[in-house]
Every structure is written in C-alpha cells, then in structure tokens.
Design a protein around this ligand. Structure first.
Ligand code: GCB
Length: 613
C-alpha cells in the first residue's frame, strides 16, 4: 500500500510554482500507438467494496476487481475461496464513451465502475511503454496486471503513466476504476447544467518509444515574427543531445542541443514565405522534431493574437469573433460524449459552413483533442476553459491546486493549436473576495505557463434598471471581458426591453458576450403568442439581443448559448425539455431552429454585423 501511495504522489504531485505544474509525462502528438478502444468488460461497485470493507476494514480480496486473477480457473479448483466479481465474464461496453448512454441500467448511475481490457503488446527490447488516457470522468484508479500504476483526478484532461516494467507480451489485464462522483472538493462541484457522463470518455492508447524519447515539442510564432519553441527529451540520454526541427514546406531546418534537463530551445526569424493561420486561410505545416532515434510530427499553424485597447488583434488586425458555444456532445439522439474526428467535424462544420462563424467557445471544460485539431483544420478560433463553474471551494488550497493542475494539463496538451486563442478561468462565479483570490491565482498560472494567449472569464453582471454593470474586481486580471446575459429568457424583461438595455462597461477592453440564449423545442411553432419554448420566441429573442449587442461599442464577439440541445438533468419540463437544455440552435439530432438563420444572417454581414432588421 505504501508503494501505491508513493506512486500516486508521483502522478498527482503537489506544486506551487508554475514550473512544477508540468505533468511528468506528456507524449502529445504521438501518431503511432496501439488504440485500446473497443470492447471492455465492467463491474459496478456502488458501495466501493473493492476499496474498503464494511466498518472501514480492509477490502476483502474476493471484492477487489483490480486483482490479476483468473476467477473461473480459481473456481474450478474448488475449496473455500470464492469471488464476488469476475471482470473476465462481466458485461461488455464499447469504449471510449460515457456509461450513461451505453446501458439503460446505467443512465443515472453516479459512482464507481471498474473497467477491464485484456490485450497483447509487442514488447521490443530497449523500448519503453506508456499508457495515455485522454480523459476519464471524473477520477481514475489504474491497475495493470494487478499493480496500481496511476491515479488521476479531473474528467477532461489527459494523463500518462509508464508501464515498461509491468507490461507483458500477452494477456495484459488493464483495470481502471472510474469514479464519477463529484462533491464540494471537485472541479466542477456537484451541480452543473450538463450530464454526468461518467466513464472512459476519450481514447486510451499504448505508446511505445525508444529509451530516450521526445516527450513534448512545441513551436509558435511570436509578435516579433520569430518561430520559437522547445523540445523536451526524457530518458537516460536526455541531457546534452543534438535535436532538430524541420518544416519541409518552408525549407526550415534548425539544430539545437538539449541542456542538462533534456530541454532544447528553438528561436529563428520566421521565413517570409510563411503563411499565417487565420479562419479565412487555416494554413497548417507539418513540423518534424527529431532527436536520437525518436521522431514526432505535429501539424501546426502560426499566427499571433493580442489585444490593443478594445480590439482583439489576430495577426495584427482587428477581428470580430462570430461564434457559438458548444458542449462536448455529438449530434444524435443518444450522445455518449464520444467525439471522434467525424463527430468533431460535423459539429464544427455547422459553425464554419452554415453559421458563417469564425469562433467557438468550447464550454465548460477542455474538450476532446479531436475538437481542437478540427478547429485548426477548419479555421475556427477557440475559447477553452476549465470547469471552475458556478461555485467550487474557494478557500481550499487543495481545490486551487487541482484547478491549476487541470489548467496546466490543458495548456501542455493544446499549446500547439493555432486555433486556440483564449483561456477562460471561470464561468459565472459569484463575486466575493475568496473567489477573486482563487481566480487571480489561476490567471497568474495561465500567464506563467502560456503568456502567448489571452485570458478571459465569463462573468456575472449587475442590473440597475435598464443598465447592466460590471463591477467585478477580477476585471483587472483579464485581457478580454466576457459576460453571460440572459435578459429576455430568465427574468421578466420583455424582448422590447432587452433591445433597449444599456451596458456600463470598461471602455478599454474588448467585450465578448460569452453566452446568451433561450430554450426552444425544435418544431414547436407559436407565431400567434410567441410563447417561451417556441422557435418563434427564440428567434425573436436572438433578434432583440443582437440589436442590443450591436450597440455596445466595445463588443468584439459573441458565442451565444448554444449550438446544439444538450442533456441536462436540471431540465425536466415534460413537454419541452425531457432532460435536455433546449437552448440549441439545432436540436440534438441536428434539426435547425428558426434562430439559427437569424444568427447566420447576422454573421454574414461583415466585418462587424449590424443589428438585424
Ligand atoms: C449559464 C451557464 C450554462 C447554462 C446556461 C443555461 O449561464 O453558463 O452552463 O447551461 O446558463 O442554459 O441556463
């Protein structure tokens, strides 16, 4: 047990400085890997008896799902031993994907489930092996061949564990305990406005590398027109090694040498032939990193992002962000948060090709890596956030540490994505000293880890008569002000009143409407009364809100709520909602509502849209 705890500490760590927040292993951008997706078996463990017995006694071995034991073979021997699980003969589930959608019995299951995957692996001498989990919601306890190898908290970020010494050539038994429970100490906390979606929701891969390997490599364009980056080697030969970077399409080849810690840096003037990435022309380059016997290729776009007064500058030019918010939920009647390339392109294609957008808010947590890559390819700017949503335990250093760790895991995962321009550090968190301290610390973390992108947060506003004010001390930490506004949906405002609302906002910072929206059930038309939940009301709500928005002088973009109806246990109106938040511009199956065209038309008027007529 002591050994297990030490290992856990290594994976979980604790940190105060931004430097210590780098995950110990990253293995980003590894194309060659053994995908462990497919058929897994599982066993529910509602009372967690794999972990502890009744009365707090040590768990009974007959309950411990993570053991490397052939239960059927043991049973054949007869004798006193018996088991109350058998993962080899358990029910099956196709992973990745949330259990809530996979099996009707698990629709509302919130707790611990053990998953098992048996696999063979090609183990070559001298090679190292790693398991990379792209996301397990919310906690993961990982065992390989009966050995505890990792634990991770946080449902939306990757983690990597080395398994070189534990991996077998045949018959590996990978068991993952997945605990979906949230509480006052988790991020997010217990109440959100989206589905529970417990499970191994993103790919699990077995990655093999040489003894010394490229753990991570990055390259970006600076405001001064230079390509700067770094490469981190890991292994016995990491220090003082020659490494190289090549962008064949630009004729760029750079040599560098790693320092004692295995890090090499690149810095060169960007060639004049470099085509900058933008939504209009999302140029990506194959960048090849090489060191010793290892090679990594990433497809990277190069652009700059900055603010000047109330303008957001993309490649030095003002840009207006025509966006929409999106949850990580694929289109279809029974989503399982199963976002592969096709699902990502389908969602983002709606935004790019039909809404005429150039921007998405990936809410309210780091999305599947496929979404970021699809945004890079399609040309959509991205806002990314960690789920510091509504309220978490602002006074707990441990919770702050978790938030900073999630932020770091996201930054290290996505920092090569040109599409990504905005890090948001919170959503609708009520103003209070402890909350502002928490966010200020997070903003510092983001700036320390990634000074090349903008920092924002979706803030709550104060209403005084017809004027909406922003009196949030967090403002000074942000490059871009963002507010969620629902006048005309929540509250008693008429839509005429919404169109006339005024805003009292900082004049020197860009503003984004990070959310506004109204529920509508697809197909429910009510042209006579324009009742709430009708498509007619939602379309009128959009017209009124866009009229109001167009009058805000510092407005530099919007991401209305939301592209697609999404599952939410809070939304139980039996006729209009049936467990879905209906603020989508399309239904869960992709049916467009009237408001879709209202926004699409507004976005088509460039460069900065005028109020709709
Ligand atoms: C919000 C939240 C979002 C909700 C939305 C709503 O302000 O940020 O997560 O889903 O409102 O529909 O009420």
């Amino acid at each position: 047990m002591r050994k297990f705890l030490t290992l856990l500490a290594l994976v979980a760590g604790t940190a105060s400085a931004a430097d210590n927040l780098r995950p110990p292993l990253l293995l980003t951008a590894r194309a060659a890997a053994q995908d462990l997706g497919g058929t897994w078996t599982y066993s529910k463990d509602y009372y967690r008896t794999s972990l502890t017995d009744i009365n707090g006694w040590v768990a009974k071995s007959r309950m411990q799902r993570f053991r490397d034991v052939d239960v059927a073979a043991e049973e054949k021997k007869g004798g006193p031993t018996f088991f109350e699980f058998d993962l080899d003969r358990g029910p099956t589930m196709e992973l990745p994907g949330a259990w809530n959608s996979a099996v009707p019995e698990l629709r509302w299951y919130d707790g611990l489930i053990w998953f098992q995957r048996r696999f063979d692996a090609k183990v070559l001498p001298g090679q190292r092996s790693f398991l990379r989990f792209e996301a397990v919601n919310y906690r993961a306890m990982v065992y390989l061949n009966g050995k505890p190898i990792a634990q991770h908290e946080g449902g939306f970020t990757p983690f990597v564990v080395e398994v070189t010494d534990t991996l077998r050539a045949t018959g590996n038994r990978l068991v993952v305990g997945v605990d979906s429970k949230h509480d006052a100490q988790t991020i997010p906390g217990e109440i959100t406005d989206w589905d529970l979606y417990g499970g191994i929701t993103r790919p699990v891969k077995l990655i093999q590398t040489p003894a010394t390997f490229i753990d991570d490599a990055t390259l970006r364009l600076t405001d001064a027109g230079r390509l700067v980056g770094s490469l981190q080697l890991n292994g016995p030969q990491a220090g003082n090694q020659p490494v190289s970077l090549r962008i064949a399409a630009l004729g760029v080849t750079l040599q560098a040498r790693t320092d004692a810690s295995g890090e090499a840096r690149f810095d060169v003037a960007a060639p004049g032939t470099l085509k900058r990435w933008s939504p209009e022309s999302p140029t990506l380059y194959d960048v090849d990193f090489e060191a010793g016997g290892d090679k990594v290729r990433d497809r990277i776009g190069f652009r700059t992002i900055a603010v000047r007064g109330s303008d957001i500058l993309l490649n030095g030019k003002p840009v207006f962000l025509k966006g929409i918010s999106i949850h990580e939920e694929e289109i279809g009647s029974n989503p399982a948060r199963r976002i592969d390339d096709a699902a990502a392109h389908r969602l983002l294609g709606e935004v790019k090709n039909s809404l005429h957008g150039n921007y998405v808010r990936l809410s309210h947590y780091p999305h599947n890596e496929a979404m970021l890559r699809a945004a890079d390819e399609l040309g959509l700017l991205v806002w990314s956030e960690i789920p510091v949503y509504w309220t978490v335990d602002w006074d707990s250093p441990a919770v702050l540490d978790k938030a900073r760790r999630m932020q770091a895991e996201t930054i290290y995962r996505d920092r090569n994505r040109a599409a990504l321009v905005l890090w948001s550090i919170g959503n609708e968190t009520p103003v209070a000293d402890n909350r502002t301290r928490f966010h200020t610390a997070l903003a510092e973390t983001v700036r320390a880890l990634d000074p090349s992108r903008l920092v924002s947060a979706a803030l709550l506003v104060e209403r005084q008569g017809d004027t909406i004010r922003l009196a949030d001390p967090l403002l000074k930490e942000l490059d871009v002000v963002a507010v969620n506004t629902y006048a005309g949906w929540y509250g008693d405002d008429t839509l005429d009143a919404v169109a006339k609302l005024r805003w009292d906002l900082p004049a020197d910072k860009p503003l984004l409407f990070s959310e506004f929206g109204a529920d509508a059930q697809a197909g429910f038309r009510d042209p006579a009364l324009h009742r709430k939940f009708s498509e007619d009301y939602q379309a009128d709500y959009y017209r009124a809100t866009l009229t109001m928005a167009a009058k805000v002088p510092t407005l530099r973009g919007l991401s209305p709520w939301v592209l697609k109806d999404f599952r939410s246990p809070r939304r139980e109106h039996p006729v209009y909602q049936q467990g879905w938040n209906r603020k989508g511009l399309i239904s869960e199956t992709g049916q467009r509502k009237l408001a879709f065209d209202v926004l699409a038309d507004w976005y088509q008027e460039t460069p900065r849209p005028a109020p709709p007529r």
